[in-house]
Unconditional design. Sequence first.
Length: 579
Amino acid sequence: MGGIPRKKSRIRYTHPMQILLSIQNLLKSYGSKNLFEDLSFSVYDHQKIGIVGPNGSGKSTLLRIIQGLESPDEGKVIFRKGVKVAYAAQQADLLDLELSAYRKSLFGFSYDIDPKNLSGGQKRKYMIAKALDEEPNLLLLDEPTNHLDLEGILWLEDLLNSIQTPMLIVSHDRVFLDRVTNATLEINHRYPKGHFFVEGPYSTYLKDKEAFEISRSKRHHSLEQELKKQMEWLGRTAPARTAKSLTRIKDVKTLKAEVRDYKERHQSEGNLATFSQSESGSKKLLVLKHIYKSYQDKHLLEDFNIEIMRKERLGILGMNGSGKSTLLKILMKEILPDKGTVKWKEDLRIVYFDQMKETLPKTGMTLQEALTGHLADTVIYQDKPMHIVSWAKKFRFPSDRLNMDIAVLSGGERARAILARLMLKPADVLLLDEPTNDLDMEMIDLLTKSLQEFDGAVLVISHDRYFLNSISTSFIGLGVPKDTGYLFSDFDQWQKKLTESRKAFKQSQHGQPSPKVEKKRSTREIENQIEKTDADIKKVEEELALANPKELETLCKKHLGLKKELEELYQKWEDLLKS
């Protein structure tokens, strides 16, 4: 269920590889903590490198150093001459970022779009569009799929696979990484050099990492056996300072250091707490019959029927606006269906995770209060007392941070704090709206295990396909014709049905195209002309670089003519968008 479907890149590289960027012996620390040290790797002009690692390992900091927004403590960042870098950060001030008319149209933005009014997902697209607008030689993307819906992620995959621009991409979305990247860099202190680099997509990285870990584990076991043997020899030998015994003592010190280093690097974070379960033994928890729900003229749920049983884990699939959050709100009794009935088990306990993290205030509360809901030194977890320090440790919070204000928490830390509060509440049903946003891969894996062990029912909205495939026993798929039903066995089955229904809808539209459709068609025609002219200009520029004196005049005239043609096309485009 948790496998990664592989989609091959459409780009083939035929030119010799060239180094665009060389990272040499980089060290970066904050206070006494080293994010990374002696970090060295190169970026070639064919590479799209996925950067992974735990939160706080320095992934985003590395991108900021490459962009020149931060300086390393030691080491060098060396670019090939003429390399232009563009950076789409996780958070940025969009107000002063003007987008070209071409890029607005390509990314589906209206001509007069105001960045201040964009949603989270639209802001991500806007930042990526702005970065591409700079026509970089190297593109830096920090969590580009965050806040995008499934359709947005699939669109972004196609976009990034269609361009040859080398990239460094920080992301926790494993399926996205596997479909877009062709190399992986993991920054993690568990490795002897603090990082692990693999040529190949994410799925190849997983195989190589597993082989590396098995090899390291075997070596560790061998070292422990050798250390035990040497210690036994020293224990049997008189403490004479012979050359042989001194050599053995030196060997033992070396072995002890290696064994200790391995154990320190492989210290387990421990298991995440599991969700608390209610004592009810009822199997049938919720029954929805003939549910209808519309907003204005849009039908979200039509004759929706489902029985939700204990031990079911349902992934909820659908594009933005298809009714995913609406369904959860109906189950939470926050809104009523237009028609139909919902039956809840008597004394049903529902625990809800909010993707907007609104269940925590922005400030005015300590981390201890956020984790527990009060200031006591203990929490009651599954009917047993647990000290707050032990409870915090389960969510990767050290004891010295318990008294800090939650205003300084990162997005991932806020998500972990909310999970800590929710896991104290006994539940029959868990409703989770984008629970993996801002969590790193290790934390997502721990959350996955916790949900798999939960004995109640789980309904999850998530854009993380790997996470959904790992936990879901089946799927509720929205946005498809009601006669196909709403239950699906896997993500691919729903996506296939969605594609078929959209194709059928388009084929059913007869008659003359509307003015809106005609305008879109005209816009696309000009877009194609712009792309062709832009490609012609680049080709002439390459010819100019190699031209002899006799060819220069002809090529210069051709170049000027194409530039003028491009300006006229852009003007036509802008006029069309304004109309």
